[in-house]
Design a protein around this ligand. Structure first.
Ligand SMILES: Cc1cc2nc3c(=O)[nH]c(=O)nc-3n(C[C@H](O)[C@H](O)[C@H](O)COP(=O)(O)OP(=O)(O)OC[C@H]3O[C@@H](n4cnc5c(N)ncnc54)[C@H](O)[C@@H]3O)c2cc1C
Length: 450
């Protein structure tokens, strides 16, 4: 099994995958730093506004998380609907779910409008319960969905066997209107559209410093009226906000193509995109060319300080998967790759416009392609247009100084990883924090925390 990102492999047939780096000093109306889905989506909003838009990307478009992703397009990312209702009440949860849904819809619309060849396929989602705790989570998610009139189907331990070829799950909730995507090819598709519409894209161009309105790379610079950061793993020398971002590592792998017969055994009721109820969960789906994409991790490497590349983690994900799906016990996985996802302590993105330097905008810690898409679009709209967008209140959900269980100063005493993992688990299972007043659209703090 090769340590190599499969989505990079699928780029081999694409023409002109890399755009030359910036080598001169130029000016722009808007500079976007980072060309994952967030930065590219921001540029998509701006491209038809008659503005001079420049993108600086240190790798290739989609070269970091967006191009490593397993490409499940669901509005919930790391927070299920039940988590959101507990934290924000029904109105706030619908508001946040709506943002994720909007992100997923933007992706679907771009694929369709521009004919982007990225293995986009509609697949129902299946959230699978493990053990008694998992069954409770499944039922909670089903109740949450029912309470806001969303469509779903609940399967108990016996029924779940009829839709997925495994005896190992204690139940499942299924819901429609979700999709899977090769998001590396999606990013490269957006790049092509943006270039065709006059956006200037410089790849292999890392921003190493920003002073005032000027961002410098190793070989050139861009001076811009507005600068939008959609970059991951930012150096603290670029902004103090970098310290508010955390990382969670997950591993992904791709199999040899599977025969239709085996697919029918493993997915007897059709193709689903699946994940389970464990805190460090496993996830899997089929690609359009019948390969199994399987991911997961373990508790140590998820929160580890440094990158872990060892195949040991994914080997154990494979072993556990094959125990659940004996018909696939001989399946060979050909490539695997780790990815560190930028996140925040409570799993919601952070969006800030620095008050002292209002031309600088930051999209930070978006967990999930739909969230990153929503945030890129949101910041592009709000940074450049005087129009009174009716979703201005999302700045409140995503402010960097929102409340967290454990405060930042504790990191000095016990370390960043521990504070992050505890905040993360608290946000996922217990936190109750904000509510949206439906009349005033004001965010009300339910509780004061650290
Ligand atoms: C293995 C894995 C599996 C995942 N699975 C899913 C999934 O199934 N579904 C889902 O919705 N999400 C998934 N995610 C998460 C999702 O991919 C990310 O949340 C999302 O892609 C974030 O997008 P982004 O644009 O904010 O960041 P990124 O894609 O990380 O983009 C940031 C860009 O900024 C660039 N950059 C950084 N610093 C600089 C600099 N100084 N100058 C210039 N450029 C810079 C980087 O090279 C990068 O291209 C997964 C992530 C990983 C790693």
């Amino acid at each position: 099994m090769l340590l190599q990102n499969w989505w990079f492999t699928t780029l081999l047939g694409v023409e002109n995958p890399i755009n030359p780096p910036l080598t001169t000093d130029i000016e722009a109306d808007v500079l976007i730093i980072g060309a994952g889905v967030a930065g590219l989506t921001a540029a998509m909003h701006l491209m038809n506004k008659g503005l001079n838009v420049v993108i600086l990307e240190k790798n290739i478009c989609g070269g970091s998380s967006s191009g490593k992703s397993s490409g499940f397009l669901t509005p919930d990312s790391e927070l299920e609907l039940a988590d959101l209702i507990r934290r924000f009440g029904k109105t706030g949860a619908l508001d946040l779910w709506g943002a994720g849904q909007k992100g997923a819809d933007i992706i679907g619309a771009n694929v369709k409008q521009y004919g982007i060849d990225c293995d986009y396929q509609m697949q129902d989602s299946l959230f699978l319960g493990i053990g008694a705790g998992g069954w409770s989570d499944i039922k909670a998610e089903m109740e949450a969905r029912k309470s806001v009139d969303f469509a779903q189907t609940l399967y108990d331990r016996e029924q779940v066997k009829s839709i997925i070829g495994s005896q190992a799950y204690s139940g499942a909730v299924r819901y429609p209107n979700t999709a899977g995507i090769n998001s590396m090819r999606y990013c490269q598709g957006l790049k092509r559209v943006l270039l065709d519409h006059g956006v200037h894209i410089y790849e292999a161009s890392e921003v190493v410093s920003v002073a005032g309105h000027c961002a410098k790379t190793h070989l050139g610079s861009v001076t811009a009226d507005q600068i939008i950061f959609c970059a991951d793993k930012l150096a603290p020398s670029l902004t103090p906000f970098a310290n508010r971002v955390y990382h969670a590592e997950t591993f992904l792998s791709i199999s040899e193509p599977i025969s239709e017969k085996k697919i029918d055994e493993a997915f007897p009721a059709g193709r689903f995109q699946c994940w389970d109820s464990d805190l460090v969960y496993s996830y899997f789906r089929l690609t359009g060319d019948n390969r199994l994409l399987l991911g997961g991790g373990d508790i140590i490497t998820t929160y580890a300080k440094n990158n872990v590349n060892s195949a040991r983690v994914i080997d154990s994900v494979h072993r556990r998967f094959k125990e659940k799906f004996p018909m696939l016990r001989d399946l060979e996985f050909i490539q695997y790759w780790p990815g560190r996802i930028d996140t925040t302590r409570d799993l919601l993105p952070t969006i800030v416009r620095d008050e002292k330097t209002p031309w600088l905008h930051f999209v930070l810690g978006c967990v999930g392609l739909p969230w990153a898409t929503f945030c890129g679009d949101f910041v592009a709209r709000h940074s450049t247009s005087g129009a009174a967008w009716d979703d201005h209140h999302y700045y409140e959900y995503f402010r960097d100084d929102r409340k967290f269980m454990l405060p930042l100063w504790l990191e000095k005493a016990v370390g960043k990883q521990l504070v992050f993992s505890l905040n993360n688990a608290w946000a996922k299972y217990y936190q109750k924090d904000l509510e949206l007043d439906p009349a005033s659209k004001e965010i009300v703090h339910k509780r004061e925390a650290g």
